[in-house]
Design a protein around this ligand. Structure first.
Ligand SMILES: NC(=O)c1ccc[n+]([C@@H]2O[C@H](COP(=O)([O-])OP(=O)(O)OC[C@H]3O[C@@H](n4cnc5c(N)ncnc54)[C@H](OP(=O)(O)O)[C@@H]3O)[C@@H](O)[C@H]2O)c1
Length: 278
């Protein structure tokens, strides 16, 4: 049975539950500074509660999300935090990747633990991007590399371009209401020793209002959101990254760790949401 607290990526431990940052610090390419204090406080609380994996991207808030992450981690031991960031496909050329990474590292004020290509890039050969990402590891700007929104065939193509490092993680959409990757990408990652990061794991909060999950949760003294997240992290090699800008949500989500749904309940939930496998 998998350890529901930590996942081992390339031999090191990361928590099974991290923090997303989409819409913390603004929207797509547009910064918002109005709630910086609150956002930093939420991220810091998450770190205290053991959600030491933080997912961000250069496009979130036009880079401001990365700046907030950089602020939030101050004073925490850097080697106990795992920062994930992403390069947007518009910057997928070698030159673009190197420039984008330097800018992200500057905003974060630190190296990146895992750097992902955010989406497959049209018009740039995947090997150009992958080789540039390998260079980043050589330069010490990035520790591991990975892919986001990729199918198995595309992952294999990307891996074939690499000669020094391998893909450490894949981040795709995955929740009880979005399960198509359970058929291919997730088992592939499990087999190949890669982490699978489930994004939008609460379906933007919809699953937190699910009555069936709330009923199951009553047995454990847990909420629907906690059940939805626990269900995900029971799957090897899933690490879920819910986003919470509200402190109450953040604290509730942290309570999805440290306990486990019974096998029977896990299967019952799986059957209830089976239509989302297709
Ligand atoms: N790689 C990609 O292409 C990609 C795409 C999308 C997302 N992501 C990453 O994945 C992260 C998570 O995905 P997401 O932000 O799309 O969706 P999500 O985590 O499924 O949902 C976030 C929404 O749910 C609410 N929420 C959080 N916890 C809750 C709780 N316990 N009860 C009720 N509502 C709750 C949040 O409200 P409040 O904020 O008001 O607390 C927010 O509105 C993102 O932040 C981002 O880091 C990656």
């Amino acid at each position: 049975m998998r350890d529901l607290k930590f996942f081992k990526i390339m031999g090191e431990k990361v928590p099974c539950l991290g923090m997303g940052t989409w819409r913390i610090g603004g929207g797509f390419l547009s910064p918002d500074y109005s709630m910086d204090r609150e956002w930093i406080a939420v991220l810091r609380r998450g770190l205290e509660l053991g959600m030491t994996l933080i997912d961000t991207a250069e496009v979130y808030g036009g880079g401001h999300a990365e700046e907030l992450v950089g602020e939030a981690i101050k004073g925490f031991p850097r080697d106990e935090i795992f920062i994930v960031s992403k390069v947007w496909p518009d910057n997928a050329t070698r030159k673009g990747v190197l420039k984008a990474t330097k800018a992200s590292v500057k905003r974060l004020g630190t190296y990146i633990d895992l750097y992902l290509l955010h989406w497959p890039a049209e018009g740039v050969p995947i090997c150009e991007t992958m080789k540039a990402m390998e260079e980043l590891v050589d330069k010490g700007l990035v520790r591991h590399i990975g892919l986001s929104n990729f199918e198995v065939k595309e992952i294999e193509k990307a891996r074939n371009c690499l000669s020094k490092v391998d893909i450490a993680a894949v981040q795709n959409r995955h929740s009880l209401m979005y399960r198509r990757y359970e058929k291919d990408v997730i088992p592939y990652c499990a087999r190949e020793g890669m982490m699978f990061m489930s994004y939008t794991p609460l379906e933007k909060g919809l699953l937190a209002r699910d009555r069936f999950l709330a009923e199951i949760g009553e047995k454990y003294g847990k909420t629907a959101a906690q059940v939805a997240l626990n269900w995900l992290i029971c799957i090897e090699p899933v690490v879920a990254i819910p986003k919470a800008a509200r402190l109450s949500h953040l604290e509730e989500n942290a309570g999805a760790m440290g306990w486990r749904l019974s096998r029977e309940d896990w299967e019952l939930i799986s059957r209830k949401f089976r239509q989302y496998l297709y």
